[in-house]
Design a protein around this ligand. Structure first.
Ligand code: SME
Length: 162
């Protein structure tokens, strides 16, 4: 029998922790984190936008799902809100979110979690989109928060050039 989605997310914590601790390449680890959540849930799009400090915007990082916008800008959209407010954004209906950036017209609800490094700085956001309205329960958001913590805690140890 298939476990409920929240349980599948919670079950990802130990294996993802082990995976992220065993590899020092940040790009590799973000790719596996996105793939783990995407394949465990069937959500429409799961991926990361990284803070580009030079250009002062967000640039698309590793993801699973349809092709997405390459850059996101301050003051516009859910990802930028998570970045600028340093606060998780849960959007039950994207059509109700002023300035929502529709990379895919199939996205109907969305959660974006800021990824903080050990200095407490937002270095990326983890963006998850669903094709259904109101598709994120509080418990699922809690599990996503735990998974985001695994990325945050290791961020400064990882290398970003090959
Ligand atoms: N909807 C996001 C843009 C990124 S895509 O969902 C992949 C936003 O409003 O920032």
């Amino acid at each position: 029998m298939t476990l409920p989605r929240v349980a599948r997310l919670q079950q990802l914590v130990p294996p993802l922790k082990a995976l992220l601790e065993g590899e020092c390449c940040g790009w590799t680890n973000l790719a596996n984190a996105a793939a783990a959540v995407f394949s465990a849930t069937g959500w429409h799009w799961v991926g990361f936008y990284l803070v580009d400090e030079v250009k002062d915007n967000l640039v698309l990082g590793p993801f699973q799902g349809p092709v997405a916008c390459t850059r996101l800008f301050r003051g516009k959209g859910v990802c930028a809100s998570a970045w600028e407010q340093k606060k998780i954004q849960v959007v039950p209906d994207v059509q109700e979110f002023p300035g929502h950036v529709a990379c895919s017209s199939a996205s109907r609800s969305e959660v974006v979690l800021p990824v903080l490094n050990e200095d407490g700085k937002v270095v990326a956001v983890w963006d998850i989109d669903s094709a259904k309205v109101n598709d994120f329960t509080d418990a699922e958001v809690g599990a996503l928060l735990d998974l985001t913590g695994l990325v945050s805690v290791k961020w400064n140890d990882w290398t970003w050039s090959i």
